[in-house]
Ligand binder design. Structure first.
Ligand code: PMP
Length: 410
């Protein structure tokens, strides 16, 4: 007889040995006081400051968002009770989708229960439906994109990360007239670096390829009215389909696509990840809409985000703490050792009540383990200084290497 439980227990043991076994840190956000949260430990709860949340603008506790969610919960209940096609389409979904199409200047938008599902649905349908489709995928694309492209069965070419010349070369190997989809992210979640969007879009256009961009880490946070990095760089028209999430800058949950009406309609009609799952709960759709509208109406949160991230990056640069990149609001502190990364995070949390989750393989390559720090408008400047001070002291305690100052000249 096959010992199923024993087999998986052994597999988990081997993950423990290589430092890849993931444990949960139990965190409860304190209402209206984020980034403060309760860390629930066996010895009891303790207040900590969260430094690794994707609620980058603090919109998850914005009064307008909470009011919209509460009102919709009271009016409509906990969830829509079905998929979009079977009792799950409400005026909240329709309004949210109109808003997202308008924000991005696209013909149509479609909402999903998660951003993961949005990527899965879109890339699966493109690869499955376009005749003899070839994907061109950035090497560091998110797992949701990679798995959807693979599942579609279409040919996949992987181009070097953020490298338009390599993309150009690879596109040249595929005959003209054949449908091609170029897929990349605008800001990369684990490295915090930015895609050279203008160049990538220009190369794609020369080869008559459809451009698919995951703007999960930029919508709400970059561009006029929070429309994302393509909008900021003035290349939104070069992007055929934009994917976004409500779970990061917008502070709620759910995902969406925006693009040409027939393409979005095809995803709506053909994607299993859209058809065979629950619609966004209406209260979430209402909360997301309130968040999007708030962030369209003013730049306050965006400006504060970039101010806080800029402050943290300059403090770390000054003390020679190596960063994977320093281009965006994501501040990835390079530790480069799975064990030391875990110990560093442990000291920050246990001794200093600062929570930053260590990031290991397979989220990042082995040897590039890191702490991914996400400052936000609700981290006060004194919080940022305190975090940088503690990191600086702990860095020495663990004997971690510093970067010579010129590498991060300001
Ligand atoms: N794309 C990227 C680049 C992401 O980082 C994430 C979330 N980690 C997603 C998609 C999925 O978004 P969601 O959390 O809304 O499912």
């Amino acid at each position: 007889m096959f010992d199923y439980s024993g087999f998986f227990a052994d597999r988990m043991d081997s993950l423990r040995k290589t430092g890849q076994y993931r444990t949960f840190v139990e965190i409860e956000r304190l209402a209206g006081r984020f980034p403060r949260a309760l860390h629930h430990r066996p010895s009891g709860p303790r207040e900590v400051t969260v430094w690794c949340s994707n609620d980058h603008l603090g919109m998850g506790q914005h009064p307008a968002v909470l009011a919209a969610m509460r009102a919709t919960l009271d009016a409509s209940g906990a969830a829509a009770g079905g998929s979009r096609n079977i009792s799950g389409t409400t005026p909240h979904h329709v309004a949210l989708e109109r808003e997202m199409a308008d924000l991005h200047g696209k013909e149509r938008a479609l909402s999903f229960i998660t951003g993961y599902a949005a990527n899965d649905a879109a890339l699966y349908v493109l690869g499955r439906t376009l005749p003899d489709c070839a994907f061109f995928s950035d090497r560091l694309n998110h797992a949701s994109m990679i798995l959807a492209m693979r599942a579609s069965g279409a040919e996949r070419h992987v181009f070097a990360h953020n490298d338009p010349a390599d993309l150009d070369r690879r596109l040249s190997t595929v005959r003209r007239g054949r449908p091609k989809v170029v897929a990349f992210e605008s800001v990369y979640s684990m490295d915090g670096d930015m895609a050279p969007m203008a160049d990538l879009c220009a190369v794609a256009e020369r080869h008559d390829a459809l451009v698919y961009v995951d703007e999960a880490h930029t919508v709400g946070m970059y561009g006029p009215q929070g429309a994302g990095l393509a909008a900021q760089l003035g290349v939104a028209d070069g992007v055929t389909v934009l994917m976004g999430t409500f779970a990061k800058g917008f502070g709620t949950a759910g995902g969406y696509l925006a693009g040409p009406d027939p393409v979005i309609d095809a995803v709506r009609s053909l994607a299993p990840a859209f058809i065979f799952t629950l619609s966004m709960p209406p209260a979430l759709a209402a909360g997301a809409l309130a968040s999007v509208r708030h962030l369209r109406a003013g730049d306050t949160e965006r400006e504060l985000l970039h101010e806080r991230a800029g402050l943290l990056k300059s403090l770390l640069r000054r003390s020679g703490i190596p960063l994977v990149s320093d281009e965006s609001h994501i501040v990835p502190v390079l530790v480069g050792d799975v064990d030391k990364c875990r110990r560093l995070a442990g000291i920050l949390l246990d001794r200093h009540a600062l929570y930053a989750q260590p990031i290991n393989f397979p989220s990042v390559a082995r040897g590039s383990e890191r702490l991914r720090i996400n400052p936000s408008p609700v981290h006060r400047p004194e919080d940022v200084h305190h975090f940088a001070d503690v990191l600086d002291r702990t860095w020495d305690e663990l004997g971690l290497p510093r970067t010579p100052a010129p590498a991060y000249a300001e």
